[in-house]
Design a protein around this ligand. Structure first.
Ligand code: ACO
Length: 369
């Protein structure tokens, strides 16, 4: 039987750090509130576009796998913050890594996009359509953030990471998965102003208002992720105590703690990055995976559990068997262009471009006018 082993991994975090104290200088919030309610201490703000973040992560993942770009047969780019809708993000990566004529498509299920992409790429490898794949989770939330809204502005950050999958006869990679969606609750998380509903309606692109019911998202996230963990473990005939490390989506430390409790996995087996990056949507899980590898938390043959949730409200959990190698074969010389601007300055530039006032009623979607 063919499996899809993870043979390469790489992350790209923009260097500018936005601390809770920085946020408290532009919003009515405090470090104490943000840390106690979410677990977040700081997050990154990008000085470059999404493709650049995705490309650097992809180059590092390819080097780690010892694979050249020209050998890649499939590129899946998971994101909800595209540089362009057309052409898609994956084709830009294809061009940058020289993977012509590899298949290249984007997936948008918000924060779960990387894991949904991992599922589709794994399926295409296991059914023999392609022999390898590059799966990217990358997100540039900062230009789409409503920086006047303290309910959401404190939660998110920018980042990217990628993995390389290769066909293997060994029992590796995704062993089981549960994917799902609470479409009935899709209205509790909507970024107004981001999409075709708002085109030609007098809204400047990037001016957004976040429709965001934090407590209901919290409740659904815990329910969705823990039920998906149970289902994926049952599918693989494994119990929670077989899990070596949980690498979860990281939107709120309290959500992660609740999922770990319900899944009967102790917090010592849960890998946390939320304190340093916040929620990077689709980049969160692959960045956490890269950090876990760098910190020696993934040992050869480890069983990983990766639960996530996002807008839609999509949710999922993946059971992944790691292979024998936990170090990169090579490193890449590719780097982001240098940045010397503090995060607040990058944000101020971003805010200055949003000349239209952000106010209730400013955004009238097509069909709702
Ligand atoms: N600073 C200070 N006070 C704040 C802030 C802030 N940044 N944000 C909200 N508050 C206030 C509220 O106004 C409220 O004040 P009030 O009591 O006077 O009305 C108070 O703090 C408590 O607000 P709650 O909403 O009850 O706070 P809660 O403990 O539920 O935490 C949070 C809010 C952090 C948003 C939580 O509900 C959560 O994490 N929800 C899930 C969010 C999430 O995961 N989002 C990602 C979605 S995934 C995707 O795909 C985009």
């Amino acid at each position: 039987m063919t499996y899809a082993a993870i043979t390469g991994w790489g992350k790209c975090l923009p260097p500018a750090v936005l601390s809770n104290r920085d946020l408290a200088s532009i919003l009515d919030t405090s470090d104490e509130w943000i840390v106690s309610r979410t677990g977040i201490h700081e997050r990154r703000i990008s000085h470059v576009g999404l493709e650049e973040l995705g490309y650097v992560a992809a180059a590092r993942a390819l080097a780690a796998a010892g694979l050249t770009g020209s050998a890649v047969e499939l590129i899946v780019f998971g994101t909800c913050s595209h540089d362009d809708q057309v052409p898609n993000m994956a084709s830009g990566i294809q061009r940058r890594i020289g993977a012509q004529p590899a298949a290249a498509y984007d997936i948008n299920t918000a924060c779960t996009s990387f894991l949904y992409g991992l599922s589709t790429a794994t399926a295409l490898i296991r059914t023999g359509v392609v022999r390898n794949a590059l799966v990217i989770g990358a997100e540039l939330i900062s230009p789409f953030m409503d920086w006047a809204d303290r309910d959401v502005a404190v939660l998110f950050g920018d980042g990217a990471a990628a993995v390389v999958l290769e066909a293997s006869e060994r029992t590796e990679g995704v062993l089981a998965q549960k994917l799902g969606c609470y479409g009935d609750a899709r209205e509790i998380l909507r970024v107004q102003g981001m999409g075709g509903r708002y085109a030609n309606r007098g809204v400047l692109y990037g001016v957004t208002r976040w429709q965001f019911e934090g407590q209901e998202i919290f409740r659904r996230a815990v329910q969705g992720m823990s039920s998906a963990c149970d289902a994926a473990l049952a599918q693989s005939n494994l119990k929670a105590d077989a899990v070596d490390l949980v690498v979860p989506h990281q939107a709120n430390l309290r959500i992660i703690e609740a999922v770990a409790r319900r899944t009967h996995v102790p917090m010592e087996k849960v890998f946390l990055t939320i304190q340093r990056y916040g929620n990077m949507s689709s980049a969160t899980v692959p960045v956490a995976l890269c950090d876990a590898l760098e910190e020696g938390r993934v040992h050869p043959g480890a069983l990983l559990l990766m639960p996530s949730f996002g807008g839609g409200l999509s949710f999922c959990a993946h059971v992944v068997r790691w292979g024998s190698r936990t170090t990169a074969l090579h490193t890449s010389a590719v780097e982001l262009p240098p940045n010397d601007r503090p995060a607040l300055e990058i944000l101020r530039d971003c805010l200055a471009r949003k000349t239209r006032p952000i106010a209730t009623g400013a955004i009238t979607p097509f069909g709702d006018a």
